[in-house]
Write a protein that binds this ligand. Sequence first.
Ligand code: SAH
Ligand code: SF4
Length: 356
Amino acid sequence: MSAKQSPEPPLSLIGMSHAEMVDLCLRAGVKAVHADHLRAAIYRHGITDIDRIGDIPQRLKTYIRSHADMTLPACSASQGSRDGTRKLLLAMSDGKEVETVLIPGKGRITQCISTQVGCAVGCTFCLTATAGLTRNLTASEMLAEVMAGRQQTDGQLRNLVLMGMGEPLHNYEQVARFVRIVTDPRGMAFSPRRVTLSTSGMIPGIRRMTEENLPCNLALSLNATTDEVRSKIIPLNRKYPIGELMQCIRDYIGRRGDKRVLIEYVMLAGVNDSIADARRLVTLLDGLKCTVNLLPFNPYPGSAFRRPDDATVEQFRDILIRASLVAVIRQSRGRDISAACGQLKTDVRQKRAASL
Ligand code: SAH
Ligand code: SF4
């Protein structure tokens, strides 16, 4: 079930860590301090044209032109929703396209980042799953999503959620590189508390996040309370069942001290939305520092699932709250432009063909 292992892609300048920029400067025969200028220009100010970086010597510019790549996927289209949500489409060098979504909130904007083109996990309720996995995104391509997002949001972009297309922990190396760069205080400087990585339950990846103390929050798409149901809707559960997964989450919290995890729970009518499910969820989360996000299923044509009615969702939430859990119902945003949870599926050729 893991993503195709491709060799590490060549590093572009955008996507380099500070240490790698220092190395580049030394190889170019200029002082290491110019790495600070590169980092500030690219990550803080979003400059992607070497000629527009003022503070660096000509010799470094010449070296970069011949040894490093600075091209970034460009924003090829943008679509606005009635509720203020905006979807951006980025065209990558191999012709693939990837979607990212900007979601406005009170005085701040959250961006939903894609980490792969498609996804290999195959959850039966998710539109992204239907096309399978095309390829991993590079850190540089994920950074391009944020750069495009920043350009459109006038300094209001505060939160990043890795909840777009893809399973981030199937693309660990590039995702971890991305997370470290966006949270670098002298780079993009997002607070690690405002960057959230969501996984369908890849235990080895969660362990790695724990060991490396990856600077971001963790969200787990639990989505069911028994292995029988979870394995039906998230095939990865056969390999990493609920018991082991919850132990892994408890270890994560134990090792990282003050951390709280986000538990996501997609509500599917008649599948995982019963009172018995709510009670089992209370037991599974007993004593765990967490917030539960209930996501009523977001339907799409051809899906076999239905969204539960509001009363069922509220009753489910109230059982969690009465058991002293923090639980909120998250209504999908951007549904009219297919930008909501589980609705990102970049099959642009198909979309274009349909609109001809
Ligand atoms: N692959 C990661 C992150 C991307 S999916 C993961 O699965 O966690 C982001 C969230 O959207 C997950 O919690 C997923 O369960 C949820 N989701 C997927 N399809 C959905 C749908 N049709 N309706 C509501 N939520 C959905
Ligand atoms: Fe992949 Fe997440 Fe969709 Fe499952 S829900 S198929 S893991 S993107």
